[in-house]
Design a protein around this ligand. Structure first.
Ligand code: FAD
Length: 421
């Protein structure tokens, strides 16, 4: 016998995108059900680093960010060709001037608990199986609960007026509704592991740009060391998938090479890895379309929202979730489903130019030799490195250094260059 329930808003997936959407919709006073197939805490492969902008979203949500749980960082060290430049996060913005590192098992659990406290019904251990479609219209989903989480055991049918699809990079629910990734856009692939380090509580994160393959060619990607503050660092490597990424063995090789190449300062020993490294995909640059339908919206990785400049996906996920909740709330209040069109429009006005420029940059850096030339030039100049840092973390406004003007020129160039091949 299956269980049936109805809600105003159904959210599928409880990563940062789903939790943000459920939180903001519940806060606006709507009835919300969020379903998550895993039980919390669950592992989610990630570098665990939040940019200052992402921290701003957590503050806006009212999530208490204590130093005991979240490790703060105040800057970024960029390293390439034997040189390093350390930069502090800008203070000339509305959001905090620090970022955070927190293991995703903990961050996502905190977000889920906070979302439940806001009033959403959160069921973990409930896997969504397929959409319920009647007369061509999405009515909800069928799901199955293991009974091991906060959700019930057995078959479940949830009917909803609006659905938020936040089921991560593979997005099976989105695909069932017809979403697809533009395959000509670059996708990221990355792998990470945890290592004990004497500098586990440093207040800078580090990105190293001279990754090489066996032939010595510099690859379009970077290695990172992010101090977690709990005795370990999260160290990993990420690159554009049209290089190594489609072959998991070569990704593992690259990871192993990178670990041996990590700056000595961190005291990372490859044999001390906490457990086997794990990898995943980063659908980036607004590569998934459509991102909405008559009564559904797609958010976070499911919408291909990862920042193509740096692989940061938590901030766009939190931002997409909030925007989704806002348009759905407007649609419920006005009784006009057409309000959902605002989702696509607002995403486009907020991100399209930025992502287009990011796609152009990833395409250019994928060409042999260009990554090397670019990093050789960039690492000679503090001004250039700061420009890269600001653009890649989407902190382009208001600074005195002229980043905004350079960014505007970049946008114009990106508009003139074909985007699809
Ligand atoms: C190796 C690696 C390192 C990264 N490092 C960083 C970093 O340092 N900083 C950063 O900002 N980003 C990083 N990212 C990207 C970031 O992890 C993602 O962009 C982010 O997790 C996207 O959040 P989301 O909520 O959209 O999806 P997810 O976090 O993937 O959440 C999706 C949720 O949906 C659930 N789900 C899926 N299918 C179903 C179903 N059928 N029924 C119910 N639930 C379902 C999943 O269990 C999951 O909990 C990294 C990614 C990788 C792979």
């Amino acid at each position: 016998m299956s269980m049936r329930l109805s809600t105003e808003v159904l959210v599928i997936g409880a990563g940062p995108a789903g939790s943000a959407a459920a939180h903001w919709a519940a806060k606006a006073g709507h009835m919300v059900v969020m379903l998550e197939k895993e039980t919390m805490p669950r592992e989610r492969v990630c570098g665990d680093a939040l940019t200052p902008k992402a921290v701003g979203h957590l503050h806006d949500m009212g999530l208490s960010v204590t130093c005991d749980e979240f490790h703060r960082h105040h800057g970024l060290r960029m390293t390439a060709h034997g040189r390093s430049i350390e930069l502090r996060w800008p203070t000339d913005h509305d959001h905090p001037s620090h970022g955070l590192v927190i293991r995703r098992s903990r961050l996502d659990q905190l977000l889920v608990e906070h979302t439940a406290d806001t009033g959403a019904q959160v069921w973990t251990g409930v896997e969504v199986l397929d959409p319920i479609i009647e007369h061509g219209h999405l009515r909800g989903c069928r799901a199955f609960g293991s009974g091991n989480g906060t959700g019930p055991h057995g078959e479940i049918e949830v009917r909803a007026r609006f659905v938020v699809i936040a089921d991560g990079p593979l997005s099976p629910f989105g695909r069932a509704l017809g979403t697809a990734r533009t395959r000509t856009y670059a996708q990221g692939v990355a792998m990470r592991g945890y290592f004990p380090s004497i500098h586990h509580d440093d207040d800078v994160i580090e990105s190293v740009f001279d990754l090489r393959d066996n032939t010595g060619e510099q690859l379009p990607g970077y290695g990172w060391v992010f101090p977690v503050g709990d005795g370990t660092v999260n160290a990993g490597v990420g690159l554009l998938s049209h290089h190594h990424g489609n072959d998991p063995r070569s990704m593992r090789e690259l990871f192993d090479q990178w670990i041996c190449q990590i700056p000595e300062y961190w005291g990372v020993v490859s044999e001390d890895i906490e457990s086997e490294p794990e990898g995943g995909r980063l659908p980036m640059g607004a590569s998934v379309r459509p991102r909405s339908g008559p009564n559904w919206v797609v958010v976070g990785d499911a919408a291909g929202s990862v920042n193509p400049f740096n692989g940061d996906g938590i901030e766009p996920a939190l931002s997409n979730g909030r925007l989704a909740a806002t348009v759905i709330s407007d649609a419920i209040r006005s009784g006009d489903g057409l309000e959902l069109r605002q989702y696509e429009r607002q995403l486009a006005s907020k991100y399209d130019h930025y992502y287009r420029l990011g796609r152009l940059a990833t395409k250019a850096l994928g060409k042999p030799g260009l990554m090397r030339r670019f990093t050789l030039l960039g690492i000679q100049s503090r001004v250039l490195t700061e420009l890269v840092m600001r653009i890649s973390t989407n902190l382009v406004n208001n600074d005195a250094g002229g980043t905004e003007s350079v960014y505007e020129i970049g946008k114009v160039i990106a508009r003139l260059v074909p985007d699809r091949d």
